[in-house]
Design a protein around this ligand. Structure first.
Ligand SMILES: [Zn+2]
Length: 68
């Protein structure tokens, strides 16, 4: 028997978080903000690492570590 409401638990959005992201192009690692509202580029090669979406930013590189 199914429950009346199957509401998905929404994870509380962390207000701010810093991530260590590895550039997929050159492997350079840099710290970026998880809710960046502007595109972040790799300091080494200039590849875009973060795409702002209006909410949580989309990480284009590989997330190496989450700093809290
Ligand atoms: Zn790079």
């Amino acid at each position: 028997m199914a429950r009346g409401s199957r509401m998905r638990m929404l994870l509380p959005q962390p207000r701010s978080r810093f991530l260590v992201v590895e550039c997929p192009n050159c492997g350079h690692k840099q710290v970026i903000y998880s809710h960046a509202t502007f595109p972040v580029r790799c300091l080494s090669c200039g590849s875009q690492l973060v795409k702002p979406t209006g909410g949580k930013a989309e990480i284009l590189g590989k997330v190496e570590k989450i700093l809290s």
